[in-house]
Design a protein around this ligand. Structure first.
Ligand code: FMN
Length: 181
């Protein structure tokens, strides 16, 4: 798929995935390698990734998070960073956030380019109790922090595409002249 087609096609799939259609390991590895190729502050390469395909672990994550979108995903990629990210937003923290965000976007684009649907799921892990349970399940050490998971699969149902604002309402040339809605 051509790059700009991939960018246009990517969307957050929030409907059911086809759980029975599994994703080959080499595709999951490729997707994570796309995340690893992303820029990071000072080339720190701070985000780390856990590829989850074990059905029992997938099920446990769905039970712990009680999240309907995660229930049907045949694979997930957990994105992990350093605990400091929840502290005051100093420059180091800001860089850590940017690092995992750009790595995740690379993976969303890579998954889309390979023909899968995917999403960005961090809501459940903002509850420390949920996050800590899933961190324990995945064996994430104390000096690391689970930020989000990317559910990946083929769609069982088509999900809605969200509208993006027109160019002029988000961007301008040379000086700030964004048409605010
Ligand atoms: C920082 C961030 C956090 C997000 N958290 C969630 C989430 O917890 N659950 C969810 O379903 N989608 C989540 N999303 C996806 C957004 O809802 C989605 O990107 C937005 O509605 C635009 O839709 P699109 O991705 O289809 O273009 C998140 C996206 C970002 C960038």
């Amino acid at each position: 798929m051509e790059f700009f087609e991939v960018v246009a096609k990517r969307y957050s799939h929030k409907a059911s995935f086809d759980y029975d259609k599994k994703i080959p390991e080499e595709d999951l590895r490729k997707i994570v390698e796309a995340g690893m190729a992303a820029p990071s502050a000072g080339n720190s390469q701070s985000p780390e990734f856990i590829i989850i395909t074990d059905e029992k672990i997938l099920e446990r994550i769905s039970i712990i998070t009680q999240n309907a979108i995660l229930w049907t995903a045949p694979a997930m990629i957990a994105v992990v960073t350093r605990p400091r990210v929840r502290e005051v937003l100093d420059i180091t923290t800001e860089c850590l956030i940017c690092d995992f965000a750009v790595a995740t976007e690379n993976m969303l684009l890579a998954a889309t380019a390979l023909g899968y649907c995917c999403g960005w799921m961090d809501g459940p892990f903002t509850d420390p109790q949920v996050r800590e349970k899933v961190e324990e399940l995945l064996g994430i050490p104390d000096d690391r922090m689970l930020i989000l998971v990317v559910p990946i699969g083929y769609p069982l149902q088509e999900g809605p595409r969200r509208e993006k604002k027109p160019f002029e309402q988000r961007a301008s040339w040379n000086r700030y002249a964004v048409e605010r809605g």
